[in-house]
Design a protein around this ligand. Structure first.
Ligand code: TPP
Length: 629
């Protein structure tokens, strides 16, 4: 097996073409094997095998810097750069990351996970390289999906201006997670398929002049309309106008051509864009047949491609999607927006049912939020579904474009809390801290999927910005018809008890109930409160608890810094109380990767961990009996 001989990029250098082809096959087999067990980004990695090998034959990643945009396509790079043995641990607790990590290897140039950062980072490195004259070559490998993110263009705009030598490799597989959208995608398509775009100028001149009678005149006329002719005759003119030399399109499976083009780009002194055509899921039919499913996939059966899944209640995401369709059937003003995550956010049925009320904006969270603001101003009722981690991109847009004008936009924050194997770049653990401080916003967190339904419907009754945060994964399996009237700023008391009060937000509520039952068996009666609102808080309930000096425990699957527990402390201080409060949540660290159940156990956020922390905290603390209300 050739794979066993690859310990560093050096081992690639002497391989012959036939060997490279065999090696590529072995890489694919290894990726399929490991991802079928651990889950991961299968389709993107299968598509980029040859390109990654070529990059490592042309550049020296121990010295040069290769930045993988989003980073989900770095598996072959990891195996080539000394992580062949640890590759089977990818995405597991304590294992190697599914994304590049500078702490993991000197060959990883930049930590990525969020899209469209690579060209900015590359430009920064290029500026530093120029200052220190260290001879590094800088490469950004970016997908056509990531290219729809505004940051990529901000960086190209600046890079073309500075003229620093850097190579952008555009890995064009025509797909984001689902088919790519918009003008950038259409333009790349043109470069792929319309011959006149890629035909050399000399050949075009020849063809035009062949037109009987007026061919020569036509060519002269076209030549005078300089701008338009340039656009016709120069392939990749769009990128050339940005100040990049455009090379391509190059077949991403032709080693010779790839290496030739990359070598030319490497030695060019100013910015170059190499347009490489690849195919997502290459070599594995089940992935090619179901690309969005196999973009980021859980464990699956290799022979059939069947996803291995324990029977479980519908996910929060599915309930969100279903509820929004129902609501949209009744309310024609409702529109849904996603930033390239139609499947991930559960909007497929909505998109099919209401194609003219569904908007996939590409990887452009900032634009998604500001566009929603415009829609709301124009009388529509936008629901913007974005993963918690990606709304970080649109922080200012939420403040400046939505909340400042108090516009009725509902921001649906999927994947709030720990997301698992994708790790620190993807955990949605900061949202409560950075959204609750914004004036006008109403921020709700449901304890289960039934409550999510009611919160979505309730948001329609509010005439201002709303955020609703719900976790990754299956719901609690509760009945969806349970009618629970939601009142703005009113918490729900789920269990009475006078010895202590546990305020558990969102997914923390069910473990809190379990803990309370355990305490009850020990003679300690713990009230359990489902706060429902991060903002506004249920001040009247809180004041009662503060007055009675009930020890308080707050639980949240989010950072403790400025989070839900902090909000409780602030309200106590504002009301002039100084209660005993134990805040349980995430400390001031980036949470690692692992299965959610492992992470919760490790971080003390499951019922056992909460029970342990509360018990320890109560030792030596006199539990003053107070009557329930
Ligand atoms: C800011 C941000 N929004 C959304 C995502 C989710 N996401 C991960 S990969 C991806 C598609 C990337 O497509 P492309 O760049 O073409 O890479 P490919 O997987 O096709 O190789 C998306 C939308 C993200 N990582 N970052």
């Amino acid at each position: 097996m050739l794979l066993n001989q690859i310990h560093s990029p050096e081992n690639l250098k002497d391989l012959k073409r036939e060997q490279l082809i065999s090696l590529s096959r072995e890489f694919r087999e290894r990726i399929i094997q490991v991802v079928s067990r651990n889950g991961g980004h299968l389709a993107s990695n299968l598509g980029i095998v040859e390109l990654t090998i070529a990059l490592h034959r042309v550049f020296d990643s121990s010295k040069d810097r290769i930045i993988f945009d989003v980073g989900h396509q770095c598996y072959v790079h990891k195996m080539i750069t000394g992580r062949m043995e640890t590759f089977p641990t990818i995405r597991t607790l304590g294992g190697i990351s599914g994304f590049p990590k500078i702490s993991e290897s000197p060959h990883d140039a930049f930590d990525t996970g969020h899209s469209s950062t690579s060209i900015s980072a590359a430009l920064g490195l290029a500026i530093a390289r120029d200052r220190f004259s260290n001879g590094q070559k800088i490469v950004a490998v970016i997908g056509d999906g990531a290219m729809t993110g505004g940051m990529a263009f901000e960086a190209m705009n600046h890079a073309g201006h500075l003229k620093s030598g850097l190579v952008v490799v555009l890995n064009d597989n025509e797909m984001s997670i689902s088919p790519n959208v918009g003008a950038v995608s259409r333009y790349l398509n043109k470069l792929r398929i319309e011959p006149y775009f890629t035909t050399p100028k000399e050949y075009l001149e020849y063809v035009v002049k062949q037109i009987p009678g007026f061919g020569s005149k036509l060519f002269n006329l076209l030549s005078r309309i300089e701008g338009s002719l340039k656009y016709l005759l120069t392939p990749g003119m769009f990128f050339e106008d940005f100040g990049f030399k455009y090379l391509g399109p190059v077949d991403g499976y032709d080693f010779e051509l790839l290496e030739e083009t990359l070598s030319f780009a490497r030695d060019h002194k100013s910015p170059v864009l190499v347009h490489v055509l690849t195919e997502k899921g290459r070599g594995y039919k089940p992935a090619q047949d179901h690309l969005p499913t196999f973009h980021g996939v859980g464990p699956f059966e290799i022979t059939t491609g069947e996803i291995k899944k324990e029977p479980s209640p519908p996910s929060f995401t599915a309930i969100f999607g279903k509820t929004l369709v129902e609501m949209a059937q009744e309310n024609p003003r409702i529109v849904a927006i996603t930033a390239a995550m139609k499947e991930g956010t559960g909007l497929e049925t909505f998109a099919q049912t209401f194609p003219d009320r569904f908007f996939d904006v590409g990887i452009a969270e900032q634009h998604a939020v500001t566009m929603a603001a415009g829609m709301a101003l124009g009388g529509l009722r936008p629901f913007v579904a974005i993963y918690s981690t990606f709304i970080q991109r649109a922080f200012d847009q939420v403040i400046h474009d939505v909340c400042l004008m108090n516009l009725p936009v509902t921001i649906c924050l999927d994947r709030g809390g720990l997301v698992g194997e994708d790790g620190p770049t993807h955990h949605g653990t900061f949202d409560m801290s950075f959204l609750r401080m914004i004036p006008n916003i109403i921020f709700m967190v449901p304890k289960d999927e039934a409550e999510l339904r009611w919160m979505l419907k309730f948001s329609l009754t509010l005439d201002g910005p709303v955020a609703i945060r719900y976790p990754r994964g299956s719901g609690m399996g509760v009945s969806l018809d349970r009618l629970e009237p939601i009142i703005k700023g009113r918490a729900e008391i789920c269990r009475e008890g006078g010895d202590l009060a546990i305020l558990a937000i969102g997914s923390a509520l069910y473990p809190a109930m379990e803990v309370s039952n355990r305490f009850s068996r020990e003679g300690i009666q713990a009230m359990v409160v489902n706060p429902r609102f991060v903002k506004p808080l249920d001040i009247s309930l809180l004041e009662k608890l503060f007055k009675k000096r009930v020890p308080l425990v707050t639980i949240e699957e989010g950072t403790l810094l400025g989070g839900f527990g902090s909000a409780i402390l602030e309200s106590a201080s504002d009301l002039g109380y100084c209660p005993q409060v134990l805040r349980i949540g995430l400390s001031d660290n980036f949470a690692p990767q692992g299965r959610p159940v492992e992470l919760r156990a490790m971080l003390g956020l499951d019922a056992d961990g909460i029970y342990r922390k509360v018990s320890e905290w109560m030792v030596g603390r006199t539990l003053k009996k107070v009557s329930a209300f």
